[in-house]
Design a protein around this ligand. Sequence first.
Ligand SMILES: CC(C)(CO)[C@@H](O)C(=O)[O-]
Length: 561
Amino acid sequence: MRYHVLGVGSIGSLIAFHLKRSIKLQRKLLQPGPSSKSRRELLLSNLSNKRPASNQGSIVSSLSLPPYVQSELPDPLQSSVTLHMRRRPFGRAAKQRFANSIILEQDGVRDIEGGFQTDFTASAADITASIVRDNRLQEDEDDTGAGRFTISRGTNSSSSEDAALREQTTSRTPVPDHDGGVSLISTLEGVHSQPRAGPIDSLIITTKCDSTLSALEAIRHRLHPWSTIVLLQNGMGVLEMLFDRFFKDADQRPNFVLASTTHGCWKKGPLDVVHASMGTLHFGIVPSARAGSIGFESSRVPLGQTLTMPQGPMSRRRRAAKNARGWDRFSPDADAQDAVTELNPQDAEAPSKMLSLSGIPDQPSLRTLRTTVAALLSLPLQVEWETIRDFQLRSLRKLVINACINPLTALADCKNGDLFGNPAAMDAMWTVCLEAGMVLEAQVREHLASSQASPRQTASAALSAEDLILRSTETGEPMLHPSLTPQALYQEVQRVARLTAANWSSMHSDLKNKRGSTEIDYINGYISALGRGYNIDTTANDLLTNLIKLKTTRATGTNRL
Ligand SMILES: CC(C)(CO)[C@@H](O)C(=O)[O-]
């Protein structure tokens, strides 16, 4: 199985680091030697996560695999992680030195994970430069009459490389990359494939929303209907945009997972990141006709296979995790067994709240979805798979939080906490929440009116307005979900502004770093676009969108909006 990470900023690097570390630890478990149980104990005791004397080389254990995840993970000996990067930040020499490892730091402890596959896509500027260069070369060749009918090839490709390439493209069996990764799709199809250009099994996209299309363009031809794409981004609207631009035909679309995180991370340098605050990673699977009428969410993990106690006293593991610092929070679940054995055997068979991988039908087109979901659940990042309905509600709340905090901190050049208690900021945030709540209410109203006129068809689209609805306990009438009313949204914004008081928002950083564009179209712009669709006035969101665009052009000295 080949995992690919597109966008290796802070969150992309965090995910890639843990994915690779998890594969490495699983491989170690397979090495011959002591029995697997004692090997596991040995490994876990080696990975005690104690802070070392120096600040280098502390190991981070990712090996906390509950049985229901472990059985679904692909063979670690045939798994690899590929980082997709733009060429620009890396010079040729630096590329060799740094590109296949990631440094992750927490509480001052720095750790390194290596052995990544790398894929350098050219930025638009690089592509233009190379076209100009090629044209010049062509003109020179035309002038000398040389090479007119030759096929161009990389100057540094040796004949042995050519032979290897020929072998890879003609072989009947999938060819592993240098780290052992074998494409699951190629294996399932029984086709040969060249590692660097073969189908992408699993793609985790962590680019900024506004860079997604251009970043994906270069590898789009490698996406297969059996591939799985995880969108781990701020903002909303990217999924619809991808459906519209790249994957119009629902039958030919890859599987999609939507994810969102509250982990606090920042980038020190290329592939060098600081995990500043622990958060959560939630995800949901986008509904698809492939799941049949039951969907992906029909089964639950039996209580006995989960690691957490449903009720009663807090387990030792959870107590320790709560008090732990730094990497210790990731310490292996050595006493996970305790949690299971503390259960009454009858209770153990009862379904827990956790969605089960067995809900994803075992068929070739969904195989990469199953393994991607298992891989996500194996990360030591407080990962939770939730129903797409719950995920959608979470995303909408996050959208409004971002719509309040991001543009205001970027415009006022302040930290998140500086907004809190400032009357002008509070007033602006309330107006954003009011408009967002009105738009969502209109969406629900319109949906109810149209579903009465023509009964609802089974939605294979990602997000459904029906999910925003809750039945009132008093009247039984459908109403907007209580967490999406303007008042509830406003409360939530204040809570997050206080929680992240010391942070610079991502939009503030985009402007400060003169990135040239921001995610505003996928945040306030998304609310405005919904408002236009339902004829709801969104003056505050329109204005904030325009002001951010104006400030972006001022910050970069360009006219790019
Ligand atoms: C919640 C948030 C605004 C906190 O900084 C974050 O989503 C961000 O920076 O985009």
